[in-house]
Ligand binder design. Sequence first.
Ligand code: CA
Length: 654
Amino acid sequence: MRKHRILAMALLLPLGLLGAFGCAVGADAAEEAGESSLYVEKVDGLPKDFILGMDASSVIAEEDSGVKYYGFDGRERDVFATLADSGITHIRVRVWNHPYDADGNGYGGGNNDIDKAVQIGRRAAQYGMKLIVDFHYSDFWADPAKQMVPLEWADMDIAEKSEALYAFTRESLEKLNEAGAAVGMVQLGNETTGALCGETDWDNILTLMASGSRAVRETCPEALVAVHFTNPERGGAYADYARRLDEFGLDYDVFATSYYPYWHGTLENLSSVLGQVAGTYGKKVMVMETSYAYTAEDSDFSGNTIGDGGGVVKNYPYTVQGQANEVRDVIDTVARIENGIGVVYWEGTWISVGGSTRAENAALWEEYGSGWASSYAAVYDPDDAGRYYGGCAVDNQAFFDPQGRPLESLRVFGLVRTGNDGPVVPDAAEDVTMTADVSGEIALPETVSAIMTDNSRQEVPVQWELDDALLEQMRTGGAKTYEITGRAGDLTARCFVDMVVSDLLVNGGFEDGDVGWTATDLANADELYVEDKQSDSLTGTKHFHFWSAAANSVEFTLEQTVEGLPAGRYAYSVSIMGGDCGESEIYAYVKLDGETAATAPMTITSYGEWDTASIGDIEAAEGQSLTVGVYVKCAGAGGGAWGKIDDARLDPVA
Ligand code: CA
């Protein structure tokens, strides 16, 4: 780290290599030869029959809404042809029982009933791709948050529901068979993490799954039967599910999981939990859903699941190459697991329906069901879809741009088999986050980490756009976060600076014991000391503790004096909890040169009820000593008064 305003430095990398991939020298020639500029490390030992799937459930609703898909040559083309050419072997499609209201208006999310699946299955088969049928056994979205029973089955007991599920599965698969779809796998529910079809009792869940399984075996004997869960990062969950399935004796072949890398833990953990199921029960395992953003931008006026905000793990940049690397690494991970049979990408064909305003888009979502939910879904799912209905939340994770042109990253599905020597060049700059004190130096880093196309990192010099006006604003604006843009070669860098107002006390949270503090016992209490007990601390593991058995034996001050402060305004706060104090007199105080300048009353009531006193706007002159403290007196009760004091702070006020 060093001070801001880095002078331009000679770039360490040859300028010719700094362009984004695709702009690299020779890209045109490569394109003519049908080659890719994508960097793809070969996945060793990938079985020939490894499933490389694409959930394309929304395609029909998209096309109905006017979306056109193009091939790599720029000409309009059946999207299923482009997927097949790119290495996709299986198309996945969700099936809802009846995603329509009484007037026939679709709930959205593709309005994916069995008729949609028939159309998609037929087209997939036309290009040699098999179908993975994803029965939700619901009229609309089923996931860990909800597994609502189809309306028609709502009043059935478990035996009736089980029979209805069997019949529905059978009839649906027969329709697919008749249409010429090549059903390769059938799921018994979607992300059935502890619920299915309105049932939360495992015996009932497994009874329903068994009915589904029987229908698949009878109708599509060649197809694999899959169960599908999510949240592989939850310790012990998959081992528990697999054990339950085994003890019940469910007839299934594939234990599948969703794996969204920004939520679902590490690839090592994924490998470990799937490997445990494969190794213990001899089941095939796979990733049934994964996806990654190629851009932070939204293209359809409907917010996306992941974007520029925080709160997610971002192991790859949101670039076309980053998206390809994520897919490659998930494939590599599953391929290395014993009995790892495949990876399916979720909804890589779901893009903006193309209107230039939200209203134009919304009209298409409503009419054709091309958004995640329409307003009509309110009759079935009033609390979620009925309130938040809208467009596509994953358009920035698709493999087609908003105009329907395939991204270079789509080729990863074919290229994992051979590898591809795309240039290893900077692809994006890693965001920097740092904190700086309003009263100290604001020193931005002189280099940033460039994420290379092979996902390795390289430090590159950066020049930040930080002028005196912005610096002044940061120093005087109090606690706030600023985003500073920088240039690192051809890359745009970002530094998020959290300006903090520093605590001037020593050991204000008592984590260093009584360092800095003076306790003065005025009535001979039994216990007055810093206690190490996390459950009784407001933050950290320690706090100042008091207790005394006899009545009227608690009276003390706890204080700290700060010397040498510059003239200015200051604010003090401190927190307390406790009980059994009778007629207590408790207050926080501030003294200037030993004279009380301000107090603020505090009360203690019962365990866990912290009371925070704040004294703002203390004016201190140059050279004045400033003392902050707490006075506690408990009188009149029978004895046993106790309490905890924690998190004292003294901050300069801007
Ligand atoms: Ca969107």
